[in-house]
Design a binder for this molecule. Structure first.
Ligand code: XLS
Ligand code: CA
Ligand code: CA
Length: 437
């Protein structure tokens, strides 16, 4: 046991003051016809929860993630698996996400790294037996090793491109072996610092080629899930090619990848792109590409990716509103979130997940209320009602022309002003729903 003082986290309801209990996440409670657990396929990110020690560029780690083993060994890799499974079982979390190098220490020779990956994935598979725990998605870390300084698929070096391909191939093997629902491409260093040394078109074509090969190989080994692009505008690169959902969707369509790929939308990345989380969820959903979510929160006062555990209920409510409207996620809600550096104890890991899971559970409850209440949806439907009949209906049906519309305008002389947007009224409706019991 790695967390001997932590029990299985129970649901105790909003009046509980027990720090190690859920106040809102009641796994079997039915909301709009599905259990909370089905609406909210929560996942643990291997890298933050089991690997990250709170290192930042000003200081070394504060948290102990050795789990009793020597770091950098296979014994440590296995201890992380054991700790991770104990953690997920105590939290009632049924999915995990991983990068290849989160699972094992990377060796100098890729053949040895791959052997270690085979060994650890056998071990994980054994641990999965008799539990409900599964892989949500896997990915290859193609940004940490110095060889990826100029990107992976977008590298100027063909040899580096081959190493990226080899890592994708192996990460796909492991993802399929662990029954993963998805496979992520986060283009961390797929971008550029200066156009003085960069051929953007060449780099984008190469990234697309790598993705096409990944699809071909993945399908050949029986991967039936979705591939995901995880947009992020910057950090580590100044300009990243997958700036936001709209940009990534355009890229996928341009290169004929849109049938196999969807979006993995991260809250903090959307806000770095100058959008709300809700915006990028909506853009993905209306394009039929809302796949999975990296559930976290940024800090509006800081211009970087802080990966905080989500607690802003307005944000989780509007996120769940989008997800419900889109008919749910084929992926899940991965807590790509980390404890703040001073919250360094193992108990803090539990507090963080309780916070995040409760924040999404409460968001789900409130989003369902917004839908059941109907005032917001009713207002929006009414706002566009001039398209329900007459000239508006003809526009929607594509049965008119500029000439006909111009003649219509001539006849009218001047249109009435459009109906008020009533934003303040609608914000009041949201507050009313948020705070009524
Ligand atoms: C970094 C990203 C990364 C991806 C997976 O900002 O969030 O962790 O989710 O490579
Ligand atoms: Ca992420
Ligand atoms: Ca992030």
């Amino acid at each position: 046991m790695y967390f001997p003082n932590i029990p299985v986290i129970p649901y105790e309801g909003p009046n509980s003051t027990n720090p190690l209990a859920f106040k809102y996440y009641d796994a079997d409670k039915v909301i709009l016809g599905k259990t909370m657990k089905e609406h909210l396929p929560f996942a643990m990110a291997w890298w933050h929860n089991l690997c990250a020690t709170g290192v930042d560029m000003f200081g070394r780690g504060t948290a102990d993630k050795a789990f009793g083993a020597q770091e950098g060994t296979m014994e440590h890799a296995k201890a992380k698996v054991d700790a991770g499974f104990e953690f997920m079982q105590k939290m009632g979390i049924e999915y995990f996400c991983f990068h290849d190098v989160d699972l094992v220490p990377e060796a100098d020779d890729i053949k040895e790294t791959n052997r270690r990956l085979d060994e650890i994935s056998d071990y994980i598979l054994e641990k999965m037996q008799g539990t409900n725990i599964k892989c949500l998605w896997g990915t290859a870390n193609m940004f940490g090793n110095p060889r990826y300084m100029n990107g992976a698929g977008s590298s100027n070096s063909a040899d580096v491109f081959c190493f990226a391909a080899a890592q994708v191939k192996k990460a796909l093997d492991i993802t399929v072996k662990l029954g993963g629902r998805g496979y992520v491409f986060w283009g961390g260093r797929e971008g550029y610092e200066t156009l003085l040394n960069t051929d953007v078109k060449f780099e984008q074509e190469n990234i697309a080629a790598l993705m096409h090969m990944a699809v071909k190989y993945g399908r050949s080994i029986g991967f039936t899930g979705d591939f995901y692009i995880e947009p992020k505008p910057k950090e580590p690169m100044k300009h990243q090619y997958d700036f936001d959902a709209a940009t990534a969707i355009g890229f996928l369509r341009q290169y004929g990848l849109d049938k196999d790929f969807k979006m993995n939308i991260e809250a903090n990345h959307a806000t770095l792109a100058g959008h709300t989380f809700q915006h990028d969820l909506r853009i993905s959903a209306i394009n039929g590409m809302l796949g999975s979510v990296d559930a976290n929160q940024g800090d509006m006062l800081l211009g970087w990716d802080t990966d905080e555990f989500p607690y802003d209920i307005y944000v989780t409510t509007m996120a769940m509103y989008e997800i419900l409207k889109a008919g749910g996620l084929t992926g899940g809600l991965n807590f790509d979130s980390k404890n703040r550096r001073p919250s360094y104890t193992h108990e803090d890991m539990f507090h963080a997940f309780i916070l995040g899971m409760d924040a999404f559970a409460l968001g789900l409850i409130k989003a369902a209320k917004i839908i059941e209440d109907g005032r917001i949806d009713g207002f929006i439907a009414d706002r566009y009602s001039s398209y329900n009949s007459g000239i508006g209906a003809k526009i929607r049906a594509g049965e008119t022309s500029l000439e006909e519309l111009a003649a219509y305008a001539d006849e009218l002389g001047a249109p009435a002003l459009p109906g008020s947007g009533r934003q303040e009224y609608l914000e009041g409706v949201i507050n009313n729903i948020m705070f009524s019991v």
